[in-house]
Design a protein. Structure first.
Length: 100
């Protein structure tokens, strides 16, 4: 699930990403990678587990769209089921899309 909270005086959007732990059974970590961090694993946003859900907040610039995916234990990719859309990649995969 993705929740958007627009902050008008700072011209930004706080995006809360929530990923159910049941989709990442026995995971040690879940991270978010996307266009907002140049798909760089070193800049990936680590999600914290609380009450059976992994959560993270990312501040993004409104008026743009961003592709992203969840990375589980550095090798398993998952899309956001409730994304604003999906984009096919040249690698034969599909990325989640968030529009702000």
């Amino acid at each position: 699930m993705v929740k958007k909270e627009y902050v008008s005086d700072h011209n930004l959007c706080k995006v809360t990403f929530s990923f159910p732990s049941e989709e990442a059974k026995d995971a040690r970590e879940v991270k978010i990678l996307g266009e907002f961090n140049n798909w760089d694993r070193d800049k990936a946003v680590r999600m914290t587990l609380k009450q059976d859900t992994y959560n993270a907040v990312v501040e993004l610039q409104p008026g743009k769209s961003y592709q992203f995916r969840y990375l589980i234990d550095s090798h398993r990719w998952k899309n956001e089921a409730n994304a604003d859309g999906f984009v096919s990649t040249s690698y034969g995969m599909t990325n989640s899309l968030i529009e702000l």
